[in-house]
Design a protein around this ligand. Structure first.
Ligand code: ADP
Ligand code: MG
Length: 462
């Protein structure tokens, strides 16, 4: 550390890596002291400072400095000193900002850091290196954050994916990864992405939305939640259906909270994002193929393996393909109480997609048999949707009641009826029960779970 201190205070202004000496356009004279720096000048300044920093401290020293608070402060001071040496007139606020951004670049994810620090942001969507959007409370807006160029963006993507042992290049131009905080990342690069690398970060804050919070957000009502709680406790097989970002995973997480602590839960995901609060949870995640295109472990194999792990419950993050059939068979053969999600826009659509997925597997069953499997395996479909005002609502709780002459029969227990849009853009509507007494109340009674009150005459305006 003393070595580091020595190095940090050592000044080498003649090292030739600053803007004045770089043969550039003589920024000192070009920029009057009062005018804020233009984007391009700022990027140039940051690159020069960054390069000079690396020039003065080798990476090992940088790593050491980062570890302690004192080291970080010294580093920050050194960066400010280097900025000073560049001879670009800056206000002290600007200097601090540039120093912070250089620091973010060296240790963090560069321009993304400031967005990641903002807790109100749910999603970060990098469309091109110069166009970055964020979602706050369901509403998309463009930010002023930019990357230097596509190469810079690619470097940041590389940093993210290599941290979880994955890579992105021309032969694997699509990759899923995870940030330290659990946020889910997808990157796709040229040639598949036409205008340069695209990065989508779905944030999962350290604390997922609880069931109570979902009621506060009016994603559903108290009686609806009580019914879902009873359904989970009575080991009904539940599929949560919805579009991207509709809140499927959030609801799955909340519903899993109703599983008893005494049960052993196995979770299976493509990219781990569930945060179950129970103690007895074992988590599995798929593996993409290696450089030679080998070694991939798919969800299907994990579902089959999970059955040998003495699970009380299997929670499958999202059913996407061939594993659908294995999941249904598991549900039908004593592993009830399973929960999963599916990408679909209506409960019916969800069933149709499930059917298609079953056809993708290697178990060849006629369509009719598949429908029978679905009808007997799945008890409830909970549809979630993202409304035009950004709120998430449960729009249907539907019960499967069997299959008659080739058609799966289904009845809605709860629905959300949209009634209009207020001037403020807020979606108005009503949660209500359809008045149908669910068939599964028998199952609840058999399990000794009392049927929640207000099940059949429920109506709440929001
Ligand atoms: N009821 C809700 N109220 C507010 N935000 C929500 C709600 N449900 C989900 N979200 C937010 O929406 C984003 C997407 O949710 P997620 O459950 O991951 O969607 P999906 O799994 O359907 O793609 C997350 O940032 C999550 O915090
Ligand atoms: Mg999800």
């Amino acid at each position: 550390m003393s070595d580091l201190t020595l190095n940090l205070t050592q000044s080498r202004p003649e090292s030739g890596n600053n803007l004045r000496n770089a043969g550039g356009p003589g920024l000192r004279t070009a920029v009057p002291a009062t005018r804020p720096l233009r984007e391009k000048e700022q990027q140039e300044l940051k690159s020069a400072v960054h390069a000079e920093l690396i020039n003065r401290l080798d990476l090992e020293k940088l790593g050491e400095a980062q570890e302690t608070r004192a080291g970080q402060m010294q580093l920050f001071a050194l960066i400010q000193q280097i900025i000073g040496e560049q001879g670009v007139p800056l206000s002290s606020a600007e200097r601090d900002r540039v120093a912070q951004e250089v620091l973010d670049e060296v240790f963090g994810l560069g321009p993304l850091e400031q967005l990641l620090k903002d807790d109100t942001i749910n999603d970060i969507l990098v469309n091109t290196c110069s166009s970055v959007y964020v979602e706050r409370r369901g509403v998309l807006s463009k930010t002023s954050v930019t990357f230097r160029d596509n190469r810079h963006l690619l470097q940041v993507i590389d940093k993210i994916v290599s941290a979880v042992g994955r890579r992105v290049d021309e032969s694997t131009p699509m990759v899923d990864a995870r940030l330290k905080d659990g946020s889910r990342v997808n990157a796709i690069i040229p040639p598949l992405a036409i205008d340069g690398p695209i990065l989508s970060i779905r944030r999962f804050g350290s604390s997922p939305l609880t069931a109570e919070k979902l009621i506060q957000n009016k994603a559903l009502t108290g009686p609806m939640l009580e019914m879902l709680r009873a359904a989970v406790q009575a080991r009904l097989n539940i599929v949560i259906s919805g579009g991207t970002g509709a809140g499927k995973t959030t609801l799955l997480n909340a519903l899993s909270g109703f599983i008893s602590d005494k049960e052993r839960i196995v979770t299976i995901e493509d990219s781990a994002e569930l945060q179950l609060r129970q103690d007895h949870v074992v988590r599995l995640e798929t593996r993409p193929p290696n450089v030679e295109g080998k070694g991939a472990i798919r969800q299907r194999e994990l579902v089959i393996n999970a059955l040998r792990m003495r699970p009380d419950r299997i929670v499958l993050g999202e059913v996407r393909g061939e594993e659908a059939m294995d999941m249904l068979q598991a549900m039908n053969t004593g592993h009830d109480g399973s929960i999963t999600t599916i990408h679909a826009n209506t409960p019916r659509d969800g069933l149709a997609r499930l059917e298609t997925m079953c056809l993708m597997g290697d178990i060849r069953l006629p369509e009719k048999a598949i429908r029978l499997q679905i009808a007997s395996a799945i008890h409830l479909i909970v549809q979630v949707a993202r409304m035009s005002d950004g709120t998430r609502r449960i729009t249907h709780v539907s019960e499967l009641t069997g299959a008659y002459s080739d058609v799966i029969s289904m009845q809605d227990i709860f629905v959300f009826e949209k009634e209009g849009i207020a001037e403020s853009g807020k979606v108005k509507g009503r949660f209500r029960s359809t008045g149908i007494v669910p068939k599964f109340t028998d199952r609840l009674k058999a399990a000794g779970i009392s049927v929640p009150a207000g099940l059949v005459d429920h109506s709440v305006e929001v």
